[in-house]
Design a protein around this ligand. Structure first.
Ligand SMILES: CC(C)(COP(=O)(O)OP(=O)(O)OC[C@H]1O[C@@H](n2cnc3c(N)ncnc32)[C@H](O)[C@@H]1OP(=O)(O)O)[C@@H](O)C(=O)NCCC(=O)NCCS
Length: 167
């Protein structure tokens, strides 16, 4: 498996295929297509297995409502590992490599807590951050300080790119 921190424009069909195959709806595939075409992706990483894309992670910018900050905070997602490669430790390694590669102050995400807390993510509520009014999503909302104190003074609602809120 090869970690690729520089996915190019031509990787679009591979990304689309992976996301459509590994999420229950088209939401993530459509989301990434829009973020890519509007150049709103800060970084995207791939995991290749013999020419096939077996893993994908995207980051896009977020801000904390009402906080005037110079800190760089990225929203991680979507992340996917191809079904044939899941539950074999690839996701854990891939996420570690990806987080080591990026240079930001903090990362937030909506996702499976059991998976992401192994990488130091904590409930975003611990930092006073929340996603919105939807309680079910609040429980799946996590944050990581890339250095201790990075999220100090950053309390409130995290605002993603508009496309994240489309149904
Ligand atoms: C979630 C996902 C990225 C995990 O990747 P993976 O390669 O299967 O995960 P790993 O094998 O590296 O697992 C690492 C650890 O997380 C746990 N884990 C993995 N997937 C999990 C899940 N869906 N829920 C809870 N725990 C999970 C594993 O048990 C493992 O624990 P261990 O270290 O104690 O053994 C992958 O299953 C996936 O792409 N799923 C479909 C799309 C999706 O749901 N994306 C994430 C949206 S948040």
């Amino acid at each position: 498996m090869r970690f690729d921190p520089n996915l190019d424009a031509e990787s679009g069909p591979n990304i689309d295929h992976l996301l459509r195959a590994n999420f229950p709806t088209e939401f993530e595939a459509n989301l990434v297509e829009i973020l890519r075409s509007s150049k709103r992706i800060c970084a995207e990483h791939g995991l290749w297995d013999k020419g096939a894309l077996a893993g994908y992670i995207a980051y896009s910018p977020v801000r904390v409502d009402g906080v005037d900050s110079k800190r760089q905070i990225w929203g991680l997602g979507p992340m996917a590992i191809d079904a044939d490669h899941q539950r074999q430790g690839h996701g854990k390694r891939f996420l570690g490599e990806s987080l080591d590669y990026i240079e930001v102050d903090a990362v937030v995400l909506l996702g499976h807590g059991e998976f992401y807390t192994k990488h130091g993510f904590r409930p975003a509520a611990d930092f006073g951050l929340h996603f919105g009014d939807d309680r079910t999503r609040e429980n799946a909302f996590f944050a990581l300080e890339c250095w201790k104190g990075a999220l100090e003074g950053h309390r409130g609602r995290v605002i993603y790119e508009d496309v994240f809120y489309r149904e």
